[in-house]
Design a protein around this ligand. Structure first.
Ligand SMILES: [Zn+2]
Length: 144
């Protein structure tokens, strides 16, 4: 298990849920949906001691879910790495932090999916890539 997987596992155990909205609520993180420049999916900021995740309101629900999980990754994994971190519009950016946040989001959404359907103990690469919004070869590398 790598560092990111461990972070996700600890978080899910701590909050008793893998649902991004529930976890954010528990942590007192405010999620906002606002008009943002097209290339920005979302970003995280801290103001008056409170974390905010700001999402581009043009994103569809799936993309918002992934971006929320990605931003949550920045907060949980990277802690208070200062001011504002912008999400890239590409799935996998070269920056280590962006890659880690993407991995965090992928693991968290996968965990949520397992929670939702207790019956299905196996997922295909295709399903994993759809859920986590990552290319199939990445899903293969991360989960299989
Ligand atoms: Zn990011």
């Amino acid at each position: 298990m790598n560092k990111i997987q461990k972070c996700v596992q600890d978080l899910v155990i701590e909050h008793g849920s893998a649902d991004t909205k529930t976890i954010c609520e528990n942590m007192g993180i405010i999620i906002l949906s606002l008009e943002l420049p097209e290339r920005v999916n979302g970003f995280t900021m801290k103001s008056h001691g409170r974390w905010f995740i700001v999402l581009n309101d043009t994103l569809d629900d799936d993309r918002k879910r992934f971006t929320t999980a990605h931003e949550l990754g920045h907060i949980v994994v990277h802690g208070c790495t200062n001011s504002i971190s912008l999400s890239c519009s590409t799935y996998f950016c070269t920056s280590k932090y962006e890659r880690e946040a993407d991995m965090f989001a992928a693991y968290l959404l996968m965990t949520a999916e397992y929670d939702r359907c207790i019956e299905c103990d196996t997922l295909t690469i295709q399903q994993a890539s759809q859920i986590a919004h990552i290319p199939e070869e990445k899903a293969d590398e991360l989960f299989f």
